[in-house]
Design a protein. Structure first.
Length: 123
């Protein structure tokens, strides 16, 4: 879960991170892709409180320049370079950081906003 905290007005970008773990057999190539969530509009990920929305995005890099997309290949990012995370299994857990951003300014109505994003591991 990426937690952006509590804000009544989003005047500037809100950044947050979370970590997921992948465990694959040694020497097996893998990729992790993320879908656009349940509340997507076009290519814009959105959280909702049931009636209002807050835009956000998820990135593969700390500079938040490469949006995370779905993928269907273990050896390449089918959305283009940097749009998924690639690795090779080592038998243990390998940890991947997801970089999130809510761009400002936004003035959402008060409420708890959430979205569900599906991670797909291809190997």
């Amino acid at each position: 879960m990426v937690n952006f905290g509590l804000r009544s007005i989003i005047s500037a970008n809100l950044d947050a991170t979370t970590v997921i773990a992948v465990q694959c057999t040694s020497s097996s190539p893998w990729s992790v892709g993320l879908d656009n969530g349940q509340n997507v509009s076009g290519s814009q990920r959105r959280m909702t409180n049931g009636s209002s929305f807050v835009n956000y995005n998820l990135y593969t890099d700390s500079g938040r320049t490469n949006p995370w997309l779905t993928t269907s290949s273990a050896g390449s990012c089918t959305g283009g370079a940097g749009t998924c995370v690639l690795g090779t299994g080592n038998g243990g857990f390998q940890f991947i950081t997801i970089y999130g951003r809510v761009p400002g300014p936004q003035t959402p109505v008060a409420g708890f906003y959430s979205d569900t994003v599906i991670a797909t591991v291809t190997y």
